[in-house]
Design a protein around this ligand. Sequence first.
Ligand SMILES: Cc1cc2nc3c(=O)[nH]c(=O)nc-3n(C[C@H](O)[C@H](O)[C@H](O)COP(=O)(O)OP(=O)(O)OC[C@H]3O[C@@H](n4cnc5c(N)ncnc54)[C@H](O)[C@@H]3O)c2cc1C
Length: 484
Amino acid sequence: MIRTGKEYIESLRDGRELYLGDEEVRDVTSHPRLKPTIESIARCYDLTYSRRGELTYVEDGEEFSTLWMVPRSKGDFVRIRQHITAWHEETAGCLGRLHDYLCVWVTALYILRDVIAKGGERFATNIVNYYNYCRRKDLALTHAISTPQIDRSPGARRKDNEDIHVVDVNDKGVVVEGAKIVSTYVPYANELISLPQLPANPDEDPNYIIGFAIPLNAKNLKIVCRVSYVDPENPHDYPLTTLYDDMDAMVIFDRVLIPWERVFVYGEKGPLINYEIFNDVLGFALWEAAIKNVVKSKYLIGLAMMLTSMFGTDSYPNVQEKIGWMMEYMSVLQAAIEGAEDTAKRHNDALIPNIWVTWPLVQLFSNDFYPKMVETLRTLAGSGIVMHPPMRAFRNQKLRPYLERYFRAKGANAVDRLQILKFIADYTVNSYGGRMLQYEKYYAADPFRVAIVHFRYFPEKEKFVELARSQIEKFRSIYGIFPT
Ligand SMILES: Cc1cc2nc3c(=O)[nH]c(=O)nc-3n(C[C@H](O)[C@H](O)[C@H](O)COP(=O)(O)OP(=O)(O)OC[C@H]3O[C@@H](n4cnc5c(N)ncnc54)[C@H](O)[C@@H]3O)c2cc1C
């Protein structure tokens, strides 16, 4: 099935228990702080629907979105990549958790069903059925992995951090209690998938290692949203905030029943299986993230060019150099995405993008390229991204002639100038931009610990030592060890 935007919006009226401040939101689709983003996601669904054939594929007589496609060739990667790109172009690269991220996640779990089977055949059957269920219904999913931030001291366990865990097992399923600290996109998704955060300590209580999926209207599941940055009264002053607020939430499980058919990882072998599947799931998911990052970079470059052209600063070499760097970052990202596809790992009949390319790529963007691009925009914009009156000011006829005169730019009238600056302010200095910076830094785990994983496990790293040593030996063989 290929869903329309309207069908997607209707599917969210499901009676979930969601809180925004002290308000219990009964219908997310009509809440002024959530509605605009839901409508943006609906436009993504409609985009796919309007480009059926190009963004869909047929398998055994059924039509599916290519976001659910199992890549078996480079051509398949290109088709999925086109779809991911189209959705992020639709949303300015601002919805980091747009659910194409979870489409490839669940597809990766499906590809890894033989690994999941090591914990029990029924778990493998569950993931196959779940994958087929999601792609047939073209569902919007999100995920929750990280444990609440309570105790991060050395030796602290999942228990100390109130992570979700099994408190009861019965013939219907497992009952879980606890919480996950951040799950982005929850108000906009139909279902949530959860896996235990890595690493698992060898002596970890196995009841804390549980991987499953549930609908977001599950009984006893509570969703607590962060502060919303949307200002429903003034959308013109916060354009990206309004359209694409990737809302984050804590999910609290107060004895939630997870039916057996929705459990994927549990039991004695759970920690090992979780560890084995994680790398490949991330390999796939971070490939999606890298594609999003290319699109986002293009938006930032476009805005930098519009800004400097309208102020007439684009002829200065220092300005050109700064935008030139942005272009170079974008090109590196683009090329490396292809590199991850070309060096993909084969698993059974499917391909999984190379994690040792996608992970560094996302680390580089999150910790280096993206903060630098944001900083460049701030530098190029000067006071303009702060000193902009509310667009409502134009409604005051006495004031308007002054605004039109003094807020114009060399290459733009006042309204166009202010609109460009308000877009840049949302990417850079507003609360929304600050949250995006934090999102990019952290969504794929703590960058500091990821770099350590690279240090410890980077493939063939011993060969680099051999390479360096061979040059020393070559020098010695030519010149000897000591001067004669
Ligand atoms: C905006 C945003 C959206 C997110 N969305 C999601 C989502 O949709 N789903 C999801 O599952 N997660 C999500 N995350 C969570 C993300 O996975 C975590 O932020 C990340 O794993 C880091 O965990 P933490 O925030 O608990 O930080 P902490 O683990 O508390 O780390 C904070 C800092 O403390 C230090 N530290 C803590 N523990 C150690 C240690 N053991 N060794 C050394 N140093 C340590 C480090 O300096 C580290 O940088 C999101 C995060 C953000 C910011």
